[in-house]
Write a protein that binds this ligand. Sequence first.
Ligand SMILES: [Zn+2]
Length: 397
Amino acid sequence: MAYQVLARKWRPQNFHTMVGQEHVLRALVHALDEQRLHHAYLFAGTRGVGKTTIARILARCLNCEEGVSSNPCGVCSSCVEITEGRFVDLIEVDAASRTKVEDTRELLDNVQYAPTRGRFKVYLIDEVHMLSTSSFNALLKTLEEPPPHVKFLLATTDPQKLPITVLSRCLQFNLKNMPAEQVAGHLRNVLTSEAIPFAEASLWQLGRAAKGSMRDALSLTDQAIAFCGGDLTESSVNQMLGSIDQGKVVAIVSQLQQGNASELLKLIAELSEQGQDFTVALEDLLSLLHQVAICQVLPDAPVSVQFDKSKVLDLAQNISPADVQLFYQMGIMARKDLEAAPDLQAGFEMALLRMLAFRPQQHAGQINTMVAQSKPHGLESPVVMQPEPALAPESDA
Ligand SMILES: [Zn+2]
């Protein structure tokens, strides 16, 4: 059998196996099971978060020969034809390529006719915001009062561009970007079922690189399987994505804390040997510092999956909050300077050395003891802040 890309093979076939977008799915499942159906739905969200997937599943739910429910059988001819993209009563339109009013009119001319095979004639209009104003006007009349056998499923990445008159006639669902945790979790299931060995860290790398899109995550995973020759190790996935071994980023922050300039330069040289992009290294350093700062105020806060929680906690206990802020601030400034530096590595090195140079003259040990002592002391005798007494006005008398 020909190899089928993961994104297609793992496209969910019903709402109950779909990962993410629970808030949307719950509403749709209730509506379907209680037969409270609206005639027009609008799915808004960035690319790859499941808009058309949800719309196609909804088309199956509406047209399954077993009856309207949130659980289409998946085996009747309607279900199969919808899955294979050849169901005559599911009319899919890419508005981006059919923006003209003639296109919309042609499409809507057929609305009045009863469905050929199914229960409902389902119009799935993708990127609906691309329609011209006159197209929207043509659509509006039908949207207002469509025949009972018609359902409109609209999808858009840019709901702001839709006329308010269209928005007000649709039931709108806003799809969220998928958090990296959720993407990584799904990839774990997919790779396990596909019997492809993987390193846990590689999942997080892929999840993060997908930037909230499950489709991108699966495409990247396909690419990684090819790149790594079937075994997803952290280093080869990093290499493919051009991302950086997160252990190195942790080591850099730890050396900053210890004020060890020669170790820092050694780490930078290693990154350079691996051909790493120092812009990415700086970004990763900033996300780690951000996580450390969060951990210092909320030790139980969930840590970004990119980093090992125990290491982040360890750093949070050993670096003073003031240093974290200082490093972060300097790192943010260094992002601008990086472009102006003779080369990226030099810019990165100078940024780290500047962090050390401007750090208050204290040994890490001293800072630790200070932080450790300040807490119980503060608890025993809380310092009550007194408002500054207002200066008595100079009396003339
Ligand atoms: Zn069916």
